[in-house]
Design a protein around this ligand. Structure first.
Ligand code: HEC
Length: 187
């Protein structure tokens, strides 16, 4: 019996030292990650809408081109994390996925769109990474939609001037456009 108690003690000790996150920690990072992703998305979309109203899709596109990276940086410093948006079909090549991000995207693409859940895991350096799918909404199609259907060809021409290698078109509402990838520093 004593042996059993002792082994249980050893197991629990090993468990507490392991690099895995507890369920409570996972839940905590999931909530924080969701909140950060939502605030960042809202912050961006507010500016996109304002620019679209002022100068149409052309101005909104120019705005995203010039300021989207800066907005993610601003929100990153605000929350003390590192926010990235990445995709399997990139517009801005600077947003290219890491190997792990590509694996997460592939996993989401293999699942039913309604069943997708955020994923939280520990990185090898002790930081924590939050991933969540980014789904395409109706209002995104002007810049990422199907040419000749939901996206005007003239808007695609604007995209191709800014991003000659653009792959981020042809999406339909509800499609997985990419993922949020948010790194929380090691505590
Ligand atoms: C006015 C045009 C416009 C609209 C509307 C728009 N985007 Fe984009 N999107 C861009 C541009 C330009 C970039 C590249 C700039 C950047 O983010 O680095 C981009 C980049 C992205 C990226 C980063 C990955 C990549 O391919 O570079 C994601 C993810 C994304 N958009 C999702 C969305 C979603 C979701 C919506 C709707 C909620 C949306 N976009 C609406 C123009 C737009």
């Amino acid at each position: 019996m004593n042996k059993l108690v002792f082994s249980l003690f050893l197991i629990s000790l090993l468990y507490s030292c392991s690099s895995d996150l507890s369920e409570a920690q996972k839940q905590e990072y999931t909530l924080k990650g969701k909140e950060i992703a939502q605030s960042t998305a809202e912050g961006m979309l507010k500016e996109v809408a304002k620019n679209k109203k002022e100068g149409g899709v052309k101005q909104a596109m120019a705005f995203c081109n010039a300021h989207a990276p800066e907005i993610t940086k601003d929100f990153s410093s605000k929350f003390g994390v590192q926010i990235n948006r990445t995709s399997h079909l990139l517009r801005n090549e600077k947003n290219a996925p890491t190997q792990r991000e590509q694996e997460i995207i592939d996993l989401y693409l293999s699942q039913k769109p309604d069943a997708l859940k955020p994923i939280v895991e520990k990185n090898s350096d002790g930081s924590v990474q939050f991933y969540a799918p980014i789904k395409l909404l109706d209002k995104c199609t002007v810049c990422h939609g199907v040419i000749g259907e939901t996206m005007e060809a003239k808007n695609d021409s604007i995209v191709k001037v800014l991003y000659p290698n653009d792959k981020a078109i042809g999406f339909k509402e509800g499609d997985i456009r990419g993922i949020w990838s948010i790194k929380f520093p090691k505590k």
